[in-house]
Design a protein around this ligand. Structure first.
Ligand code: SF4
Length: 184
């Protein structure tokens, strides 16, 4: 859908939030961050068959400072959790997190002490994607849904308040995360 279709009678009568959301959704740069088997599907999404460049996402950044989307592709071990949080903290603002696959979303079949039972215990998650592993088509669907969410997202202090609220909810769900210093 073109920008001109969003404008009433050809006039630019829209909020700054709407315009910012429109451009942000079309300029996501994911961080290179694969953890397990789901990462193979994520890599396929960047290849020529699925062609993530159609959404301006072909540049997977090796530096978190140049990325604003973290696709958590695979299970997160307790050892890896502080590293994941550090990478998230180093990413440029505003930033988003997509939990790819059942392991990243909830621990999946790894219901044991070594695996974090959902990456939302460590970072605020914006989009969950089920499946084991989710196919690239499913990742595309999740990213398009994330685009829609970003398009309608708040700016500035409202966005900060939103993230803080989600972190508090994650803290209630997992009080041990704070003891381990993963949430602030
Ligand atoms: S969801 Fe399945 S494919 Fe993805 S990391 Fe877990 S076990 Fe591997």
């Amino acid at each position: 859908m073109g920008l001109e279709e969003k404008l009433p009678s050809g006039l630019l009568l829209t909020s700054v939030e709407t315009v910012a959301g429109y451009f942000r959704k079309a300029s996501l740069w994911p961080a290179t961050f694969g953890l397990a088997c789901c990462a193979i599907e994520m890599m396929t999404f960047g290849g020529p068959r699925y062609d993530s460049s159609r959404w301006g996402m072909e540049v997977f950044r090796a530096s978190p400072r140049q990325a604003d989307l973290m696709i958590v592709a695979g299970r997160v071990s307790n050892k890896m959790a502080p590293v994941l949080r550090q990478i998230y903290d180093q990413m440029a603002n505003p930033k988003w997190v997509l939990a790819m696959g059942v392991c990243a979303s909830s621990g999946g079949m790894f219901n044991n002490y070594a695996i974090v039972q959902g990456v939302d215990h460590v970072v605020p998650v914006d989009m969950y994607l089920p499946g084991c592993p989710p196919r690239p088509e499913m990742l595309i669907d999740a990213i398009l849904k994330l685009h829609d969410k970003i398009k309608h997202e708040k700016l500035g202090p409202h966005r900060v308040a939103e993230i803080e609220q989600r972190e508090q909810e994650a803290l209630v769900a997992s009080p041990t995360s704070q003891q381990q210093g993963l949430l602030r």
